[in-house]
Design a protein around this ligand. Structure first.
Ligand code: COA
Length: 555
């Protein structure tokens, strides 16, 4: 089918559907929903069999949905309507939730239903549910809808008894009453608003929005009191325990002075200075070992890695490698493996150029430690997505495994023509060959795990859910650790590394990449700084980039 993806932004769900539909041979192009005229123009140019809207914030113009079937992906079960579906479901503790593919008509979310899927809810942030359960359900439902559409089927009207229209979730419904709310309630409120918009609160006299909440079982104090800090997160007492809050965003009264989501202690500034550093239940780097296999977890919020996080990861990696497990699996996190350098921290720094330099060097140190681990077979296990430098960091390992639904963005250029580092000029050609390396980085498109396997970036893709994938990782890693040929594999790996080093030292790759990065950070062309600003402050795109809008390209 010729399909036009009409999106508010090319977000993770839209990217996943894009790669799944492309995998099935559909002819795809993308248009951002900038205004009705642009949508009409795109529909006239593409003449699609179908408009698919996985992430839209406005209604599709009537003359468009009357002419072409327009399918909307709604993150709620049939009958659910409104813009805060998932927020309400998390806040109210729904046990099951769903995704509906409906046909656009005159009323928002009210058209007849082509397909729907349900799933059990998990205690997790809204964004995590969206990236995992909602996305998997949406892929299944969209494929079912397409099958019915091509098979000559018709959509089913919604049972009027099932209709439940809900407004935008008001701020007041998730305001935290620290003197009365227990830990479970605080977690539900914050998670219902995480990644956006966060829960409005006042902490130490500052107006902030809260994100990234986790329970703490041991620390206690007067309800509402700040108790401790740990690597940028702060711990706050509830009536029956405490919660860690990893990230906050200051609310600015001045729209001309936008603020950033940052580690909570950094946002609190002086108010966090006296808090004791305590190692509680919430960690963002940890190591475990079983059956000769080490697992290093680093579920950094949004997959973003600042210089400090890289340093802590490097230290943990060093400790793990000194224990010399036969196999070491780099687990990343369940939602993201890594999205490369932490652009918000860079933006917030006094000198973003200096902070970019510091961070890229810190992430490079991690990549080098993986590349030079001679006595352990290393595996990157991508349960979640990876972007930019995060992909190339993964390729530093000897094996790369990915969950079947993981989406990779193996390119830097979207961030203002950033050249990139993380030894990508070594690890990418070593896997895919020099010629294909260029094609991969220039394409600027998301890549599904099956395509990544075909292109050689990933060795194997398996598992639908994160749990399936992790079970598969464990089984494969244990089999590798027990394999009598492992010593031979390691010897071969050391030989190859030594030969590669003799041909061109790792340090030279790094220097050459950093020379280009220095120009990106400190040179005359400000593109990277502009692109980063637009990315972190979420400045909407005023037109669809040509690498996505195939219908607008002359070629
Ligand atoms: N630094 C800081 N924050 C980042 C980040 C990074 N490198 N990558 C992603 N994020 C944040 C986003 O700002 C967003 O924040 P929110 O919680 O405030 O909404 C969140 O992670 C999710 O990202 P989003 O873009 O909505 O996710 P996606 O799955 O739709 O898209 C990417 C994934 C990787 C394509 C996109 O996030 C991206 O381009 N990231 C930048 C990658 C990059 O250029 N890194 C630097 C070079 S190494």
């Amino acid at each position: 089918m010729r399909i036009l993806l009409l999106v508010h932004a090319f977000n993770s769900l839209a990217q996943r559907l894009f790669v799944e539909l492309a995998e099935r041979g559909h002819d795809l192009t993308i248009e951002f929903d900038v205004n009705d005229a642009v949508t009409r123009e795109a529909v006239a140019a593409v003449r699609p069999d179908l408009v698919l809207a996985p992430f839209l914030k406005r209604a599709i113009p009537e003359d468009v949905w009357r002419r072409v079937p327009c399918l909307i992906v709604h993150p709620g079960p049939p009958g659910d309507r409104g813009p805060s579906s998932l927020d309400w479901a998390v806040l109210e503790g729904a046990e099951r939730w769903g995704v509906t593919v409906l046909q656009a008509d005159g009323e928002f979310d009210a058209g007849p239903v082509w397909a729907s899927q349900t799933f059990p809810m998990r205690d997790a942030a809204k964004a995590g549910l969206y990236r995992r359960e909602v996305t998997e359900a949406a892929v299944t439902a969209v494929m079912q809808a397409l099958e019915r559409l091509t098979g000559g089927g018709a959509p089913m009207p919604v049972d009027p008894a099932a209709v439940r229209s809900r407004p935008v979730l008001p701020w007041s419904s998730r305001a935290i009453d620290w003197a009365a709310d227990d830990t479970a309630t605080v977690l539900r409120k914050i998670r219902s608003a995480d990644g956006v918009p966060g829960v409005r609160d006042r902490v130490a006299g500052l107006h902030v929005n809260l994100f990234d909440a986790h329970p703490e079982s041991r620390l206690t104090g007067p309800p509402g009191a700040l108790l401790a800090q740990h690597h940028g997160a702060v711990c706050r007492a509830t009536v029956d325990g405490a919660v860690w809050i990893g990230h906050m965003k200051r609310r600015s009264a001045d729209p001309a002075a936008p603020t950033l989501k940052l580690p909570a202690a950094m946002v609190l500034g002086d108010a966090a200075v006296g808090l004791p550093e305590v190692d509680g239940d919430h960690r963002d780097v940890w190591y475990e070992e079983s059956a000769g296999v080490g697992y290093l977890h680093f579920p950094f919020y949004n997959g973003a890695m600042g210089a400090g996080q890289c340093a802590r990861l490097l230290a943990a990696l060093g400790t793990a490698l000194r224990r010399a497990p036969r196999v070491l699996v780099l687990m990343g996190g369940p939602d993201f493996w890594s999205n490369g350098i932490h652009l918000n921290l860079i933006e917030a720094a006094d000198s973003p150029a200096d902070e970019s330099w510091r961070t890229i060097n810190a992430i490079n140190d991690v990549a080098r430690a993986v590349l030079t681990a001679g006595d352990t077979l290393t595996v990157s296990a991508l349960a979640g997505n990876a972007g930019a430098g995060g992909v190339f960091l993964a390729l530093a390992a000897d094996r790369v495994w990915a969950r079947r639904g993981a989406v990779l963005n193996p390119h830097y250029r979207g961030m203002g023509n950033l050249y990139g580092s993380e030894y990508w000029t070594y690890v990418l050609p070593r896997r895919v060959g020099a010629e294909h390396a260029r094609a991969v980085t220039e394409a600027r498109l998301p890549m599904g795990a099956p395509e990544a396997v075909r292109r050689g970036l990933v060795d194997e893709a398996f598992g639908t859910t994160v749990e399936d994938f992790r079970a598969g990782v464990r089984a494969r890693a244990e089999a590798l650790a027990a394999d009598p040929v492992l010593p031979e594999l390691l010897a071969e790996k050391r030989r190859r590394r030594a030969a590669d080093e003799a041909e061109k030292p790792l340090e030279r790759y790094r220097e050459e990449e950093l020379e280009r990065m220095h120009l990106n950070f400190y040179g005359f062309d400000p593109s990277y700084h502009v692109a980063r600003y637009n990315f972190v402050f979420k400045i909407p795109k005023s037109r669809t980039p040509l690498y996505l809008a195939r219908h607008r390209r002359a070629d």
